[in-house]
Design a protein around this ligand. Structure first.
Ligand SMILES: [Zn+2]
Ligand SMILES: [Zn+2]
Length: 335
């Protein structure tokens, strides 16, 4: 099969990835073998390729927003049949017995493994997944539309939950890429009023088209105080900006896996009155199932930019440069 591997982590313009021939993987006893139909390009793939997140596996195949069809399975893999359309996401395995797993916070499991980081992912024609961590996918969406839902969508959903946004609350969204354009639709469907703060007039336009009450620059003040905010941009210097925009008791959740350093916070201006700062670490399978169930009932519009698989490198460069709206999706030539 054809696949991209992280040859040597480096800035994306120095070609850290290589497009290679690889043997089609063999599923372990509890795994499915999936023929990839589409794989979303996530900012985390960029962090793994560039070394912001040190690779956990030599020459790993990135990609953790995989939509595919089951073509084979190990003897202990249950719940899916050949021909089923399945999703493969970031969370790949957890221990199931630690204090975090047993209390329903498997996203915090110290033994957790991740697709496209600890194990090969979906920038390839085939990929494997433990059956217990594969997702059934809703109808009503194309393969390309479903791919970004599997990380951008699920993480955005989890980040929104982490804000504990009150009913009919005022939500700020900082940064408006693949994850944010899905999270806003969930928030609006739940009755929130949403203000988007992001660079780029195209992103601001998309936000307004999707129903934002206002859209302005990332460092601008929203037109009213916020009950909650989500920081999607990987820019730590937006943390004090967003904290100042919160009303009393407001909560900022940081959706990214990687963030540049946060400048010192001023207690009076940026934290007092019980404002809170929360990080977001991956997601549980329960988050994923809830989100996919939600989008099965309430159709969301998914803005995608398809690329042939062989243009994976270009897709990552375009993501870094902010050259498209929504989410890039790689499509193998064979699908
Ligand atoms: Zn665990
Ligand atoms: Zn991701």
């Amino acid at each position: 099969m054809r696949a991209w591997v992280v040859e040597r982590p480096n800035p994306i313009d120095d070609q850290p990835l290589r497009y290679v021939q690889k043997t089609i993987p063999t599923p372990d006893r509890d795994e499915l073998l999936v023929r990839v139909l589409a794989c979303g390009v996530c900012r985390t793939d960029l962090h793994v390729s560039e070394g912001d997140l040190p690779v956990h596996r030599e020459r790993v195949v990135p990609g953790h927003e995989v939509v595919g069809v089951v073509v084979d399975a190990g003897p202990d893999a249950t719940g899916f049949a050949d021909g089923d359309r399945v999703g493969i996401a970031w969370l790949r395995r957890t221990c199931g017995v630690c204090r975090f797993c047993v209390r329903g916070a498997e996203n915090l499991c110290p033994q957790s493994l991740y697709t496209g980081w600890d194990a090969d992912g979906g920038y390839a024609e085939y990929a494997t997944v433990p059956a217990a961590y594969a997702y059934k996918l809703p109808d009503g969406y194309t393969d390309v539309e479903l791919a970004p839902l599997l990380c951008a969508g699920i993480i955005g959903y989890h980040a929104l939950k982490r804000t504990s946004l009150p009913k009919s609350g005022r939500l700020g969204i900082y940064g408006f890429g693949g994850s944010a354009h899905l999270a806003i639709q969930v928030a609006l469907a739940q009755g929130a009023r949403v203000h988007v703060l992001t660079r780029g007039s195209a992103a601001q336009r998309l936000a307004l088209e999707l129903g934002a009450a206002s859209a302005a620059g990332a460092y601008d003040s929203p037109p009213e105080p916020l009950d909650a905010a989500i920081l999607f941009a990987p820019a730590g210097d937006l943390v004090p900006v967003a904290m100042r925009a919160l009303d009393r008791g407001g909560i900022l959740s940081i959706a990214g896996i990687h963030l540049s350093d946060v400048p010192p916070l001023n207690y009076e201006r940026e934290l007092f009155y019980e404002r809170e700062l929360r990080s977001v670490t991956a997601n549980t399978r329960q988050d994923g199932r809830e989100f996919l169930e939600f989008v099965g009932k309430q159709h969301v519009s998914v803005t995608t930019r398809p690329y042939p698989l062989r243009e994976g490198h270009q897709a990552l460069r375009d993501l870094k440069a902010g050259r498209f709206q929504g989410a890039a999706v790689l499509i193998p030539e064979t699908s």
